[in-house]
Structures are given as C-alpha cells and as structure tokens.
Design a protein around this ligand. Structure first.
Ligand code: PPE
Length: 327
C-alpha cells in the first residue's frame, strides 16, 4: 500500500507541502546512508490523541547522532514541539511519526562533515506493521541467514539509515521464503533481533530478551515491556539467548513501535507453544493497550496533542516551531 499523503511535512524549520518535501539527488544521505531517524506512534486514546514516549524516542535520536559525531541542529524539547505540531496541523488522530536527520547537499565523498545536517518530521497513517491479524493470531518467522551487523562494524545501537540495508536483506529473504519476518543472530551465533523489532522469549514463566551486547537496537517498546513485566512480577532476564531457545520457548513475541507487541506463532515452521497467543504475551499486550487505548499514564509516557487548528490552509502559522533557530 502506498503512503497516504497528509498536507504538511516539517522540514528544516518550516512546514512545506507533502509533495514539496524534497532533497537533491546528490545529497550525502542518498549515497552513503547518512541518516538517523525515529519511528514514533501517536494513538487515539480515550483521553484524546497522544504520542507514546516522544521524549525517549528523541533522546535516542540524539544519541544516534552522537555516535556519528554529529550535533542535532535542534534540541529534544524543540523537536518534541515540532512532532506535536506535525500531528496537530495535519489533523491526524493516530499516526506514525518519522523524525529524520540527514546529511544533505554540499560535497560528495565519504567524509560527511562538509554536508549540512538537515531535519524533517513527517507523519502518516500507518496500520498494523506485520499484517492486520498479527496482534491476535501471531506471525510466522524464520531465523535469517543474514547475521545482524556487528558492533565493531557499525553501532547497532544507533538507529541509522545505513543499518537498514542489513534489515532489508533479512526482511526480503524471509518474505521470499514465505515468512512474515526474520530474526537475525549476532556474529557470535546468539539471538539478536528482527529486521525491525526486538525479540522476547518466555520459558517457565520467565521473560528473556537479548542484551545490548547482542547488537540490538535499544527499543523503546522493549523497555516498555520490561517495565510492565517487572511490575507484574514476571522475572526478566537480559542475557544471551542461544538459537535453540527459540524452538523450545513457551511463548515468543516481537516488540517495536510499528509492530507493537506481536506474538510469533511459528519459528522455522516449528509451532510456538500451542500456536495461539500465550498468557504472558497477552497480559503484556493488555497492559500496553491500557496506556495507548485507555490513556492510562502512570509513567508520564503520553504527550497529548491539542485539537487541530480549524484553518490549515496556510503553512505559515505556528511560529513556535517555524521560527526555531538552529543551534
Ligand atoms: N530493532 C530494530 C532493528 C528496529 O528497527 C526497531 C524499530 C526496533 C528494534 C524496536 O524499537 P522501538 O520502536 O523503539 O521499540 N523499528 C522501527 C522501524 C520500522 C520501519 O519499518 O521503518 C519501528 O518500529 O518504528
């Protein structure tokens, strides 16, 4: 399904029309993958539209940039206001928000430092990531023949555009072989993560997930699930997970902003548990929905979006996010 355009994208300090949000073909990012981004969801909760863990996502963006010796042109607080305004101005009740920082047009050659650091924030409606029945029925997954990037090649902890070439290979291979998604092992043969999700394993009532040293992205949803599990009294173990555990597991699931909490119903054709959503997975999903659907917010994870402006015809409004000075 192609993207469904909304009126505006915020780009380098102003709102531009969706179809006008363009870059030059010789921009550094096009050639060398030099971008850092986030994926954030806004939910239509009972208490109004709210962005989930906005601050935490933007802090991760800042850290991704630091790993590449690049300063964010705007502060986290400024970008928070921009994200809110992008949702509001486009009249979106629930959506996916994509802030992206990239090296633009300046010079070419590997050295990025002569290219401007540019920033855009877009939002669009994005439904279920792994299919409409993924959350209730689960997905079929394989172990990929592609290993996850090693932390001494590129920092897997950074959400950098270039990392997603590795993810693309995993995803393409899994789909070509008839699966919904693939899980990569790290270079030491231990379970790492999905092409766009973190992985959890349930065995004997204990929740296991790979540590940061397994070349994973430190997922915001992963942290959310760990928080819920601890509160529910479910023991959480962050440790190396041998591949065999995937086949022996009582329950398996993915977490991610796009995928939310998606049960895995088979791995390499081996049915997980009894093939239906397991009790711990379900409990964690319910906890998650209490926040993003009911708007319960004991952790301060929701940023509510004020109602949309009546007139959206002029893009020149909202001086608080259009007059931002670059740092
Ligand atoms: N690992 C990877 C490689 C990853 O891309 C994501 C998010 C996660 C783990 C989970 O992180 P978090 O969203 O903070 O819980 N993947 C994003 C990209 C999806 C896309 O296709 O683009 C997402 O879920 O938004």
């Amino acid at each position: 399904m192609p993207l469904k355009p909304v009126p505006y994208i915020w780009m380098n300090g102003r709102f531009v029309r969706w179809h006008q949000a363009k870059i030059h073909v010789l921009s550094h990012v096009v050639h060398y993958g030099s971008s850092w981004f986030e994926g954030i969801r806004a939910y239509k909760t009972r208490r109004g539209t709210a962005i989930f863990r906005l601050h935490d996502h933007l802090r991760r963006l800042e850290r991704s940039l630091r790993m590449y010796h690049t300063e964010m042109p705007y502060t986290v607080e400024e970008l928070e206001r921009v994200c809110v305004e992008v949702v509001r101005r486009n009249g979106l009740e629930q959506c996916y928000i994509r802030p992206i920082v990239y090296r633009g047009y300046g010079n070419l050659g590997v050295n990025p430092m002569d290219c401007p650091v540019e920033v855009a924030v877009a939002a669009w409606e994005w439904g279920a990531y792994l299919g409409s029945e993924a959350a209730t029925r689960g997905v079929d997954v394989c172990v990929s023949s592609w290993q996850r990037i090693a932390s001494n090649t590129m920092p897997a902890m950074a959400k950098a555009g270039g990392n997603y070439l590795n993810s693309q290979l995993v995803r393409i291979e899994s789909m070509r072989h008839g699966y919904d998604e693939g899980i990569s092992l790290d270079i030491f043969g231990m379970v790492s993560e999905g092409s766009g999700e973190n992985v959890f394993v349930v065995m004997d009532g204990v929740l296991y997930t790979p540590p940061l040293s397994a070349s994973i992205l430190p997922g915001v949803t992963r942290h959310t699930v760990i928080t819920f599990a601890r509160e529910e009294g479910i023991p959480v173990v962050e440790s190396s997970i041998p591949r065999g555990m995937l086949y022996a597991a009582d329950e398996l699931f993915f977490t991610g902003t796009a995928a939310e909490i998606t049960p895995i119903r088979s791995i390499d054709g081996v049915v997980v548990g009894n093939g239906s959503v397991g009790p711990i997975t379900r409990r964690l999903q319910e906890r998650f929905y209490r926040v993003v659907r009911d708007g319960e917010d004991p952790y301060g994870w929701l940023t509510f979006v004020p109602p949309a402006p009546r007139r959206t015809r002029t893009a020149r409004m909202a001086p608080e996010v259009t007059n931002l000075r670059r740092r």
